[in-house]
Design a binder for this molecule. Structure first.
Ligand code: SF4
Length: 498
């Protein structure tokens, strides 16, 4: 059955991720997710499998560490001169026949894309999986404008048909198992196009077949495709999409119009730089030696592929991140997900607890920087880590996530203090004064004895009221000795001995 009424083809959007800013802090979300044993089992199995594949295939590359160092250096150089490379990218794209648009924020990017789709008279688009479009909530903006956005990546399709949210950068439906996917396909597919066959089983080949049939009519019908890009080459104006299913290749070649929404940090200076990243990315992400599909397109090629190519270069907070030297390394991220798959916290709570399209360790450092440390969820994200350091060890571009988490924790603490003097340096200064001279220490002990008498304490001085409460509530604070050693010595030794 094919649904022909465009209105009937609309999908009820998944809960928009923008509302996630109103979510409770990470610990409350995490607790809720920990109550779901099915989720924990799905996550353990999926992340364990990808981790093992990655470890095996990374071990085959003797120069892996050199590749990581090269990738870090290329990305650092690009970010240092991002303004220059972006201008070069614009020039190269225009020379190749593409139209370049600049978007300061999500609203502007969405307005540009909606305008372009409307100008084509289209009421639907097919989409290649793209984190940038999720970040700006493009599907919701298109839906609002009466344009259906069909996700064509298998996992994204599962998430979209399930009216769900992605929980992993690379495997958005990682929280779903096969029987859940079968149930979603049977329940939802017929409402939006070709239904799932009556004989559908939960075998992966069967599920993939149902998705392929469901998507095929959309690929053949759509006049406009929307993609992101893994890399954008300044030297040539080439955009690169790396994927595993071939759905990206269909979107990038069949429709007449292609709109690519690209975060400005995806820029690489030269085509030769790709060599490093195309070796690092597949092994770090899906644990494959090579990804099955690498699509590259440079503007418009007459008679071949989309004849109207638009590139929307999106800032949406990135220049703010760029301005902070300690936060800047987050812009090196190539969205491989290795840090998610290795993280003991992510493995137990999954992606939804992070309240962001970027979950896991990279989400904990990137999201509060992009959105600002304002909401409960964003303030709590830098604490969503044990600081074990595994994320740095596997990161192909060597992002020092643990150091950045500490940096962001400082920022959260500073914001909470709202200009009040910091307690810790004050206490340290008082301690330094007390221990710098025995007469000071005797004075402090004397005062402590008087305080203990006033408070009626006999065995322990603590717990003390604020500001000492957070420290003394959880620790023993013994009574100061009735008599100092010096006083005892004075009393019990003759003058000669003294
Ligand atoms: S931070 Fe590193 S490991 Fe994590 S997704 Fe980005 S590139 Fe991959």
């Amino acid at each position: 059955m094919t649904v022909t009424d465009p209105a009937a083809r609309r999908l009820t959007p998944a809960p928009p991720s923008g509302t996630l800013i109103g979510m409770p802090a990470f610990p409350a979300n995490a607790r809720a997710q920990l109550d779901n044993p099915q989720l924990r089992s799905n996550l353990r199995k999926a992340t364990g499998t990808i981790r093992a594949k990655r470890t095996a295939h990374v071990a085959e590359v003797a120069e892996w560490e050199d590749l990581r160092l090269a990738a870090e250096a290329i990305k650092n150089r690009t970010l240092r001169h991002l303004d220059t490379y972006l201008m070069q990218l614009e020039e190269s794209l225009q020379r190749a026949g593409a139209t370049v648009h600049w978007a300061r924020d999500a609203e502007e990017a969405n307005r540009i894309v909606v305008g372009l789709v409307r100008a084509k008279g289209a009421d639907e688009v097919v989409k290649v999986k793209s984190m940038a479009t999720q970040e700006i909530e493009l599907n919701e903006a298109l839906e609002e404008a009466g344009i259906a956005a069909w996700e064509t990546d298998l996992a994204e399709l599962i998430v979209q048909l399930g009216h769900d949210r992605p929980s992993h950068i690379l495997v958005p439906a990682i929280h779903r198992n096969r029987s859940e996917v079968k149930e979603i396909f049977e329940r939802e597919m017929h409402q939006y196009g070709t239904p799932a066959p009556d004989t559908l089983t939960d075998e992966p080949a069967d599920l993939a077949g149902a998705a392929r049939r469901h998507l095929r009519e959309k690929f053949l019908r759509a006049k406009v495709a929307v993609s992101g890009a893994n890399f954008a080459i300044a030297e040539t104006g080439t955009l690169v999409v790396v994927e595993s299913e071939g759905n990206g290749r269909m979107c990038l070649t069949l429709p007449e119009t292609l709109i690519s929404v690209v975060g400005i940090e995806k820029t690489l200076p030269t085509f030769a730089d790709l060599e490093v990243f195309l070796r690092l990315l597949p092994r770090s992400s899906t644990g494959e030696r090579m990804n099955p599909y690498t699509s590259m397109w440079t503007g418009v090629t007459p008679g071949d592929g989309p004849q109207d190519v638009h590139v929307v270069l999106v800032d949406n907070g990135r220049t703010k991140v760029l301005a902070d030297p300690e936060g800047r390394p987050a812009l090196r991220c190539i969205r491989c997900s290795a840090c998610l798959n290795i993280c003991p916290v992510y493995e137990r709570v999954g992606g939804h607890a992070y309240g962001s399209v970027y979950p896991g360790p990279i989400g904990a450092v990137l999201t509060p920087q992009l959105r600002g440390i304002g909401s409960d969820i964003d303030k709590s994200l830098p604490y969503a880590s044990t600081l074990c350091g595994a994320c740095f060890e596997v990161c192909p571009v060597r992002i020092p996530i643990p150091d950045m988490l500490v940096h962001l924790r400082h920022k959260v603490a500073d914001k909470k203090r709202r200009g009040r003097p910091r307690l810790e340096p004050t206490v340290m200064a008082a301690g330094s004064w007390a221990f710098s001279d025995h007469t000071h220490l005797e004075k402090v002990e004397g005062l402590a004895r008087i305080a203990a008498t006033v408070m009626g304490r006999t065995t322990h001085l603590g717990p003390l009221p604020w500001p000492a409460a957070p420290w003394t509530n959880a620790r023993d604070l013994p009574m100061p000795p009735r008599e100092s050693f010096r006083a005892w010595w004075k009393k019990n030794r003759s003058e000669e001995e003294q």
